[in-house]
Write a protein that binds this ligand. Structure first.
Ligand SMILES: Nc1ncnc2c1ncn2[C@@H]1O[C@H](COP(=O)(O)OP(=O)(O)OP(=O)(O)O)[C@@H](O)[C@H]1O
Ligand SMILES: [Mg+2]
Length: 259
């Protein structure tokens, strides 16, 4: 049921979703092969977050089918859904860290779902897990800051801790919902570079919603643009110009997309 060999990591077919009579996603077809970095762009309200939530079963579609890592979230029991979510890393705009805890302990919390009882303090985690956590912090360039409280780290550093926490769960797919929306340009570029490197090194697909057209083009293998709940562009990043992507946003403004 969960075998993904030779299968797309993500496969949405004719997916529709609405809230209270308003159609938010309409007839979405999207297949993502293993290892691909997909930037999901489009104006505010286009449906990007809703699409990402459908992928890990936080929302269920009204129409069509979603297959994530070979699993249909709509057909899952609660337990199966938890199992699926443990295979899908989710990085949010709000980093979701515990400010008073160290970077290392926050990363370790990424493994809490796999442990049987609550943990208090870094030393209460198994040693092998602590070593893996330090390794992931090293990958995001923060091994030296591992004992620093998260609320004393910069926004960019905090998001890198959140990425390391996600990596500890050994995700087979990473979803990122505007992971750099609250960061300055340099920190944004760094976080996306890290996500891209992880995608390449670990062969993990990343689907990342972004508002920065330039970053989408410089980071992603493929750009998918949504507007008013429909896919209006789906092309290799290399084939795209910034002007074409910017135009999507301008048209949205002119036609008054829903918000
Ligand atoms: N749980 C919900 N209940 C009702 N409406 C919702 C819900 N979630 C999303 N919507 C609506 O669905 C539409 C798409 O929202 P969504 O958050 O997916 O857009 P988005 O592309 O992520 O926008 P942004 O770039 O601002 O994050 C919006 O009109 C929003 O108000
Ligand atoms: Mg959103």
């Amino acid at each position: 049921m969960s075998d993904t060999r030779g299968e797309a990591v993500l496969d949405l077919a004719h997916v529709g979703k609405g809230f209270g009579g308003t159609v938010v996603l309409d007839d979405i077809d999207l297949t993502v092969p293993q290892g691909q970095f997909v930037a999901l762009v489009g104006p505010s309200g286009a449906g990007k977050s809703t699409l990402l939530r459908l992928v890990n079963g936080m929302h269920l579609p009204d129409r069509g089918t979603v297959r994530t890592l070979g699993v249909d979230p709509a057909a899952c029991s609660r337990r199966e859904l938890r199992a699926l979510r443990s295979r899908v890393g989710f990085v949010f705009q709000q980093f979701g860290l515990v400010g008073r805890l160290s970077a290392l302990e926050n990363v370790l919390m990424g493994a809490l779902a796999t442990l049987r009882w609550p943990r208090y303090g870094v030393m209460s985690y198994p040693r092998a897990l602590r070593e893996r956590a330090v390794h992931q912090l090293d990958r995001v360039g923060l091994a030296d800051q591992r004992f620093q409280r998260c609320d004393t780290l910069s926004g960019g550093q905090q998001q890198r801790v959140a990425v390391a926490r996600t990596l500890l769960q050994r995700p087979e797919l990473i979803l990122a919902d505007e992971p750099v929306a609250s960061l300055d340009p340099a920190a944004s570029a760094m976080v996306l570079d890290i996500l891209k490197r992880i995608s390449v090194e670990d062969g993990i697909s990343v689907v990342c919603s972004l508002h920065q057209v330039d970053l989408a083009l410089s980071t992603a293998d493929r750009v998918v643009a949504l507007r008013s709940g429909r896919i209006v562009l789906d092309e290799p990043a290399a084939a795209l110009s910034a002007e074409r992507l910017h135009a999507l946003y301008e048209k949205a403004g002119a036609h008054g997309d829903r918000h």
